[in-house]
Design a protein around this ligand. Sequence first.
Ligand SMILES: C[S@@+](CC[C@H](N)C(=O)[O-])C[C@H]1O[C@@H](n2cnc3c(N)ncnc32)[C@H](O)[C@@H]1O
Length: 244
Amino acid sequence: MHLPQGPVTYKYIEVGKTLYQALSTRTPRFPPRVAYVMLSSLFQEKRETVTVYDPFCGNGVILCTAYLLFSKKIKKIIGADLHPVVLETARRNFRWMKEHNAFEERLRAIQAYKTENSELKKTYQERCRLIFNHAQQICLDVELLQRDAAQIQEHLAAIDGEVVLVTDPPYAHNDHWNPKDGLESADFGPLEPFLQQVAIAPNVTALLICYRVNQPIRGLLERYFVVTPLGGTKGRAIYRCEPR
Ligand SMILES: C[S@@+](CC[C@H](N)C(=O)[O-])C[C@H]1O[C@@H](n2cnc3c(N)ncnc32)[C@H](O)[C@@H]1O
């Protein structure tokens, strides 16, 4: 089999193109650039290897980006999502990066895409080959679990060593959300209980979080953390949150 050599970049890690997407759910496509910006800001400093945990992992874009581009700085990868279909998609994404049969299946699935543009299919398949080839050199434990992020405290306590959370949580629903209402009346779903528990977990040293720019959450984050805005990209603002 032809296995091209070459650098893998975040641009190759795309839901619905190289990665599988959970089509039956409304989980939106997540831009790999946002994952890359969050992870780079974390790993640009020299540090001991850490556990990277995405508690709202969806299809797994952040985790796949961490696995492929930052594996040397990571001790373990943990992902969780409440939705079983989404979680199975994240598992399939790791499976095809690691296992030959699953990789071949991924190439066939791309071949079956409903598009007349065969050049595009070839591009995605070539990117998959690069990703698969690169992933063969990586030896890193990945655990994907069905868990409620609003009850993360016990799970964090069971993890050994330093944990950094890197995540793209569910957004406030438009029908619940009106920025003019201010923070008190906004419905952040599982986000607030999640933040409360993360803030008191002794082994969490940083939380990297992105959120839609039109739904400001800085005030909410500042209730629990020291917050550094890291700018934004692709319609999302990125914040680094550290314990007080
Ligand atoms: C914005 S999406 C994340 C998309 C993800 N970045 C990706 O690569 O596909 C938010 C995810 O949070 C999950 N979710 C919602 N409430 C949750 C909860 N209480 N605990 C864990 N996951 C939850 C949803 O199923 C959804 O997959």
